[in-house]
Design a binder for this molecule. Structure first.
Ligand SMILES: [Zn+2]
Length: 345
């Protein structure tokens, strides 16, 4: 493990913030859930949590020398360069940590998607491609701090790539494509500009993080942070067993997810809840079901149950509600009420 990953705050040592932890764990079990939007005050440890989760996950096996860290077993999904390599013998691989890539504000599109050097391509007859952030993020996390300040077209682009798992760069008749599968995490501060509703809907889950209100939680946050800063190695050692256990559960959850079934009855429950809330389209139901399935798998439950739906409903639905001029309550409260109306107290 590289030096940087060893210095990360342990995920298990994060105080409270249960909703954020739940959303990140669901996304780690099933990365196809569609990313997580984290709303909240500054200094609530949003970025720390993402880094902590990535550092906790088992390292990934990647093709040695591949600029996109291809999975050697990806077959058809290997990048062009790896497919070429594989024609000359078995692919060499190594273990590498799960990447977390930060999206800098003001990043150009070239920096994000990568750039094609047309002059070199024409003169040398080769595809001169300089990979961008989407290459580095492959199989990991892409973190956008203050997603509401990022240009709309870039956010659209990131969401499109995250959904397709592939980055396609085209310039004047030349094109390069490479795998780019990542979990998009966007953090937003609602006081600094709103996100377009069409954009909100494209994030799988959303969570609200707040500075802990309980005195004992606040004290615990400071105590642990202080202990960590004073001796990172010792602090990590202290939390290692808890992090190891969580890693085992996520790995077991991923295995279970492959054969997890969802009964028609649960699909009906999800549909009823979404009808009750008046959410548009199928995306809310699909995400609700996927998140419930990820949670059930993580808890090694036999099947998805109403209790799983209930717990993930706020995460999957609150950012998809239409404004109701007659209802002043916040979206979390509206979801809670609909859950009670649909499934009982
Ligand atoms: Zn490759």
């Amino acid at each position: 493990m590289p030096h940087a990953a060893r210095q990360v705050f342990p995920f298990s040592a994060i105080v409270a913030q249960d909703e954020m932890k739940l959303a990140l764990i669901c996304a780690a079990v099933d990365p196809t859930i569609g990313g997580v939007l984290v709303f909240g005050d500054r200094g609530t440890g949003k970025s720390t949590a993402v880094r902590a989760l990535a550092a906790l996950l088992p390292p990934m096996r990647a093709v040695e020398g591949c600029r996109y860290a291809c999975d050697p077993g990806a077959g058809e999904a290997l990048c062009e360069e790896c497919r070429e390599r594989s024609r000359h013998g078995a692919l060499k691989s190594l273990l590498t940590p799960i990447p977390v890539v930060d999206m800098p504000l003001g990043a150009t599109e070239d920096r994000v998607v990568g750039s094609l050097d047309l002059e070199r391509a024409l003169s040398a007859g080769i595809k001169a491609f300089e990979p961008g952030l989407l290459a580095r993020a492959n199989r990991g996390f892409l973190y956008i701090d203050e997603v509401n300040l990022l240009e709309d077209h870039l956010v659209d682009l990131l969401i499109d790539v995250a959904a397709s798992g592939e980055n396609l760069v085209e310039r004047e008749g030349l094109s390069v494509r490479h795998p780019s599968q990542f979990v998009l995490i966007g953090s937003g501060n609602p006081e600094e500009g709103e996100l377009r509703p069409q954009l909100l809907d494209r994030f799988g889950l959303s969570v609200e993080v707040k500075t802990p209100a309980e005195l004992k939680d606040r004290v615990e946050v400071v105590k642990r942070r202080d202990e960590f800063e004073r001796d990172k190695g010792a602090f990590r050692a202290k939390w290692k067993a808890k992090d190891d256990e969580l890693r085992r559960r996520i790995v077991a959850g991923r295995k279970r997810l492959r054969d997890a079934a969802t009964s028609d009855q649960m699909l009906e429950c999800a549909a009823k809840l979404c009808m009750q809330l008046g959410t548009d389209g199928l995306r809310s139901e699909l995400t609700l079901i996927r998140a419930a399935r990820a949670l059930a798998s993580f808890e090694l439950a036999r099947d998805v149950e109403v209790s799983h739906l209930r717990r993930v409903a706020p995460l999957a639905l609150r950012h998809r509600l239409r404004r109701d001029p007659l209802d002043e309550s916040d979206s979390s409260a509206r979801v809670e009420r609909a859950v009670v109306d649909t499934f009982g107290a």
